[in-house]
Design a binder for this molecule. Structure first.
Ligand SMILES: Cc1cc2nc3c(=O)[nH]c(=O)nc-3n(C[C@H](O)[C@H](O)[C@H](O)COP(=O)(O)O)c2cc1C
Length: 219
């Protein structure tokens, strides 16, 4: 956009007055083209890098996206979750949850969902259309629970009451059970489509990514 603007000014002198104020603004903002990703391949690759980073970086804004599902009454339900896995080779994302939570029942009825990320540092929004399979038993759950059960997060999955259960007085139903039974579940979100939006001083950009195909969209 910046280069395009310069070329336009050089070839069309009369255009200069029209864009002078915009150009001054660009210069004042000190727009850096150094890290400006140009090709769909570069952008797609950076999206996966950021997703992978966010799994291990507690300060990465993409670590806590919003997961939206179709509610049991056919309405919409959304909640914040932690991104636990991002695997480009499998084209999927992983989320951990309690097997008794509403989102699991909702996804078992309708596996379609959206996961939405926003990063103020990157100025990137990513909306990911997914189909989510729920895993409450099996080798994947056993393998991941072996790790999670050793961490502080284990308590999130061994509460005797299901998430959303009304509490009785003095919170007495919480953690009074010494049972080692867990309710750990893994959500595997298979990606169908990504809608990437970049807010930038160089001009906003938006693209729809399906597999290796790419369409630029009006932001
Ligand atoms: C920062 C943050 C991270 C969260 N991470 C998770 C998570 O990884 N898994 C999860 O099931 N709930 C997580 N929650 C709680 C959910 O937002 C939600 O309240 C809970 O899962 C019940 O949702 P549901 O009844 O729609 O299933 C998180 C909440 C916050 C505020």
């Amino acid at each position: 956009m910046y280069l395009y603007l310069h070329a336009l000014i050089k070839t069309h002198g009369y255009f200069e007055t029209l864009v002078n104020s915009d150009l001054a603004l660009f210069n004042r903002l000190d727009v850096s083209m150094e890290n400006y990703l140009q090709t769909p391949f570069e952008i797609r690759s950076q999206i996966w890098k950021e997703l992978t980073r966010s799994v291990n970086d507690k300060h990465h804004a993409w670590r806590t996206p919003v997961l939206s599902t179709v509610a049991l009454d056919e309405g919409v339900n959304s909640r914040t979750v932690v991104l636990r896995g991002a695997h480009e080779s499998e084209n999927h994302l992983l989320i951990y949850t309690d097997a008794r939570s509403a989102k699991v029942s909702e996804l078992e009825k309708n596996s379609q969902a959206f996961i939405v990320f926003w990063s103020p540092r990157l100025h990137w929004q990513l909306r990911v259309k997914v189909n989510i399979s729920t895993h409450t038993t099996g080798p994947l759950v056993d393998q991941l629970w072996a790790k999670v059960s050793q961490s502080a997060a284990a308590s999130d999955y061994i509460s005797p009451s299901a998430p959303g259960t009304q509490l009785v007085a003095d919170f007495e139903s919480v953690n009074t059970d010494n049972s080692t039974e867990h309710h750990f579940a893994v959500l595997v979100a298979q990606i169908h489509e990504m809608d990437w939006l970049e807010l930038s001083r160089n001009g906003h950009r938006r693209a729809k990514i399906i597999g290796n195909s790419w369409d630029w969209l009006t932001p």
